[in-house]
Design a protein around this ligand. Sequence first.
Ligand code: GTP
Ligand code: MG
Length: 194
Amino acid sequence: MKIITAEFLTSVAKREDILSTGLPELAFVGRSNVGKSSLINSLTGVKKLAKTSSLPGLTKLVNYFEINKKCLFVDLPGYGFAKTSKVQQGEWSSLIGDYLLTSEDLRIVLLLLDIRHLPNQLDRIMIDFLLSNKISFAIVATKADKLSLAAQNKAVDAIAKELNMRKEAIFVYSSTKNQGREELLDFVEAVINS
Ligand code: GTP
Ligand code: MG
C-alpha cells in the first residue's frame, strides 16, 4: 500500500465519543513506550503525526488518523503505566477496553511487543482478552534496530515460542530505520480489502 494522505482526525476521551465512520480501523496496542505512536509515524511517513515521547504514558486518548481516506489508524494509550495513580499502575486505561469492545469498525489490532523482551503478564492478559473477545490481531516486534539481524532472528524465535505461534506471523519492525515498512503496509492493505 502506498500512503497518499495521512491526517489527524480526532481524539476521543470517553466511551460515548468512540467513532463509527464506517471506515475500517486498525488499532495499535501495547505497553507504554513500546513504540505505537512511532510506528504510526513510520508507516505513514509523517514524522510528527502521532506524538511520541521517551517518557511512558504519553498517549492518553484514543487518537484517530485517516489514511488515504480509506481506513483509520487508531493510536491507543499504552498499558502498564499510570502517572497519576499508583493503584492504577499495571492496569489498563478503561478507554482501551471501551474502544476494543465497542468499536464497530475495528478490523485488526496490531499488538506491539519490544523485540528485546518476552511478553509480560500484561501482554498475556491483553492477548487473552483479544482471543476471548474474538478480536483479530497480529504481533509487531518493535525497536528491531536495537539488535543485530542475527539477534532479531533469535528474539523473534523466542517470542513465537513463548506465544505458541508461528515465527512468520510476527512482523519485525524498526521505526527509526523503517525496517519492515513495506511488508506491514502490504498487510494493512490486505486487511482493509478483506
Ligand atoms: P505511549 O504513548 O506512552 O503508550 O508510548 P508509545 O508506545 O506510543 O511509544 P512512542 O512511539 O512514544 O515511543 C517511545 C520511545 O521509544 C520514544 O523515545 C521513541 O523514539 C522510541 N522508539 C519508538 N520506536 C522505536 C524504534 O523502532 N527504534 C528505536 N530505537 N526507538 C524507538
Ligand atoms: Mg503513544
